[in-house]
Structure formats: structure tokens, C-alpha cells
Design a protein around this ligand. Structure first.
Ligand code: ATP
Ligand code: MG
Length: 124
């Protein structure tokens, strides 16, 4: 079974809705970071004391999730449905094939490190 990492960079105000939608399709784990970024519009450059600065790096959130049972296409569809406003800056989704994963507590490797452990209650 393939393991895939999906990285979604988008508007911070969409985080709650995105989390709920991903949860609803069975996405179990995710890592969320606050980041700054720019895309196609590149950001305006401003020169101050001979140094060039980006003044258009905008705050974004990055949601990383690694899946194996949930179809990648389902994650992509769900994210787009929630995140598309049609305006510039809706964000980007990057898809990576992952070579391995480890659940440290149990030593599980690969898909087993990602999948639910039957009968175990989730962490509080
Ligand atoms: N090529 C890229 N590499 C890495 N990160 C990127 C890239 N393009 C976009 N990002 C990240 O995604 C965020 C959102 O990008 P954005 O939605 O502005 O993409 P875009 O290509 O400019 O599309 P749009 O024209 O709709 O704005 C950026 O702020 C940046 O963090
Ligand atoms: Mg852009």
C-alpha cells in the first residue's frame, strides 16, 4: 500500500473548516504550521538601505497529512471544495510519495504506522 504525504498551503481563516472536512473523510493525523509565502504574484520587492526585502510574504497555514487508506483524490477534492474562493491566493496542494513512516511507540513501519490501531482509544 502506498503512503502519500499531502501538503496544503492556504489561507489561515480556512483552518477550522479544512480540519473538519478532512476529519469527515477519515484523515487521522495532521501537522499544522503557520508559515509565510508567496506564489505566482511573487511579492513586491522593496529596497531599503541597499538591501532587497519581500514585503508581500503573506501569512498562510500549511497542513501536512500522510495517508494510505484514504484515497489521495478524495483529499484533493475535499480540500479544493473547502478552499476555492476563485480569488488569487487560495493556495496550493503538493503531493509527495513517501518512502516510509515509523510509529515510535510500537515500532510499526509503513502503512501500519499510519493506520488506526483497532480497539485503541485515541489520545485525549
Ligand atoms: N511554487 C511554490 N513553491 C512553494 N510554495 C508555494 C509555491 N507556490 C505557492 N506556494 C505557497 O502557497 C501559498 C499560496 O500560493 P498562491 O495561492 O498565491 O499560489 P499562486 O500560484 O500565486 O496562485 P494564485 O494566482 O491563485 O494566487 C504561497 O503563499 C506559498 O506559501
Ligand atoms: Mg498567488
Amino acid at each position: 500500500m502506498k503512503i502519500t504525504k499531502i501538503e496544503i498551503v492556504t489561507r489561515p481563516n480556512k483552518l477550522e473548516e479544512l480540519k473538519e472536512a478532512l476529519n469527515a473523510i477519515g484523515v487521522l493525523g495532521m501537522t499544522v504550521s503557520q508559515v509565510y509565502g508567496c506564489g505566482l504574484q511573487k511579492g513586491h520587492k522593496e529596497v531599503y538601505r541597499g538591501q532587497s526585502y519581500d514585503i508581500n510574504l503573506v501569512p498562510k497555514i500549511k497542513v501536512e497529512t500522510v495517508v494510505c487508506e484514504v484515497p489521495v483524490e478524495k483529499v484533493l477534492e475535499t480540500a479544493q471544495k473547502v478552499l476555492r474562493t476563485g480569488k488569487m491566493g487560495d493556495g496550493k496542494i503538493f503531493v509527495f510519495e513517501l518512502s516510509d513512516a515509523v510509529r515510535i511507540r510500537t515500532g510499526h513501519r509503513g502503512p501500519e504506522a499510519i493506520m488506526d490501531i483497532p480497539g485503541e482509544k485515541p489520545e485525549g
